[in-house]
Design a protein. Structure first.
Length: 324
C-alpha cells in the first residue's frame, strides 16, 4: 500500500511564497507511483490540504488528518518545506514528534539552533569552524553607529538573525545606512545580526545522510550580478550559479569534508545546505546552515543532484524511507 505524504508549506514569514514554490518542486520530484501526495498549506491557524479538484480541505490539528469524500485521511510522513517559522525553527517538528509522524528534516534542537544564525555560528565556532565577527541585537536593544564601526567595521551586513531568503538584509557601506538597516532587519525578525563583510567567493554545498550512506553533493559557486547575493539574485536570475564550482580539488575536498562534519555536529537529518565564503588563502568561512533549503527546479540542491548524476526522485525516496 502506498504511503501518504504531506508536503508542508507556507508559514508565517515573508518567505511564504518561496515555500509554495518549493512545495511545487518537491511535488514534482517525489515518485507518485510509490507515494500518494498532498500539499498542505499553513498560514497562522489556517491549515488546509489542496485537493486534486482545486478545492481545499481543513486539516484537523488534533491528529494532522483531513476528510476526503467523507473518509478520514491520515499522513504517514511529512515533507517540511516551510522556509521560516513554524517549519524551520523546530516548532512544527515538535508537533509531529508528539503525534509520532516522521518528517523529512532536522529535529527540534537542530532546527531551532540552525534557524538562529548567530547561535548556530557561535556554536560551530567552538568546533573550529571559521565565522565572521558579529554582534547580536534582540528586540528593544539598539547599537550606536560608533560601536558598529569600531567592533565590526564597514562595509558590513545587517540582517535578521532568524529566517532567510535575503528578506531584511542590507549591505551597509556608510555610517548613515546603519540605523535604517537595523530597522529594516527588525521588521522581519526579533533578532538582528550585524556581521563583518568578508571579501571572497561565495559557494554552497548540500548534504544528506541515511542509515546506509552519506552523500555530499558537488559544490555550487555563486556569482551575483548585484552587490551581493540578494533576493533578486536568488530568485530573479540575477546571478550565475556554477556547479561544480571552479575551485581546486583540494579546496573542494575540504569544503565537502567540513559540510559532512557540520551535518554530524548538528545531528542533522534530511537534506541540508551549507553556505560559505572562501577568502584569501583558501580559507573556508561559514555563512549559514540551511536545514530546509529551497527545492524549486532551479534551486541549488536540485542543481547539485543533477551535477552528481543522481536522480532527484531517488534522493527523495532516500529521505522518506530513512525515517521508517
Amino acid at each position: 500500500m502506498k504511503r501518504t505524504i504531506a508536503i508542508v508549506c507556507g508559514g508565517d514569514t515573508s518567505e511564504f511564497e518561496v515555500s509554495l514554490r518549493s512545495a511545487q518542486g518537491i511535488y514534482s520530484f517525489i515518485d507518485k507511483e510509490r507515494y500518494t501526495l498532498y500539499i498542505v498549506e499553513m498560514q497562522g491557524p489556517d491549515w488546509h490540504v489542496q485537493l486534486p479538484d482545486g478545492t481545499k480541505a481543513s486539516v484537523d490539528r488534533n491528529d494532522f488528518s483531513f476528510r476526503l469524500n467523507g473518509a478520514k485521511v491520515v499522513f504517514d510522513f511529512a515533507y517540511i518545506t516551510i522556509h521560516g517559522t513554524p517549519g524551520e525553527d523546530g516548532r512544527l517538528q515538535g508537533y509531529f514528534d508528539m503525534l509520532h509522524i516522521p518528517y523529512s528534516c532536522c529535529g527540534v534542537l537542530a532546527a531551532a539552533l540552525t534557524y538562529d544564525k548567530f547561535a548556530c555560528n557561535q556554536y560551530l565556532k567552538t568546533f573550529g569552524v571559521r565565522i565572521a565577527d558579529s554582534l547580536l541585537l534582540r528586540q528593544g536593544q539598539s547599537v550606536s553607529d560608533e560601536d558598529v564601526i569600531e567592533k565590526i567595521g564597514l562595509p558590513c551586513f545587517i540582517k535578521p538573525s532568524l529566517g532567510g531568503s535575503s528578506f531584511g538584509v542590507t549591505k551597509v557601506n556608510t555610517k548613515e545606512q546603519i540605523q535604517p538597516a537595523v530597522a529594516k532587519a527588525f521588521a522581519e525578525a526579533k533578532e538582528v545580526l550585524v556581521e563583518a563583510f568578508m571579501e571572497g567567493m561565495e559557494i554552497t554545498c548540500g548534504c544528506y545522510k541515511t542509515k546506509e550512506k552519506s552523500v555530499v553533493f558537488p559544490i555550487t559557486e555563486v556569482v551575483s550580478h548585484n552587490e551581493y547575493f540578494d533576493y533578486k539574485a536568488k530568485y530573479n536570475g540575477e546571478s550565475d550559479e556554477i556547479t561544480p564550482a571552479r575551485i581546486p580539488d583540494e579546496l573542494r575536498d575540504r569544503v565537502q569534508k567540513l559540510t559532512s562534519a557540520i551535518y554530524d555536529i548538528l545531528g542533522a537529518s534530511g537534506i541540508i545546505r551549507v553556505d560559505y565564503i572562501i577568502t584569501e588563502g583558501k580559507k573556508i568561512n561559514l555563512l549559514e546552515v540551511n536545514t530546509t533549503p529551497g527545492m524549486t527546479a532551479t534551486s541549488f540542491i536540485p542543481q547539485q543532484v543533477r551535477a552528481a548524476n543522481l536522480d532527484i526522485k531517488d534522493v527523495m525516496t532516500d529521505i522518506i524511507e530513512n525515517q521508517f
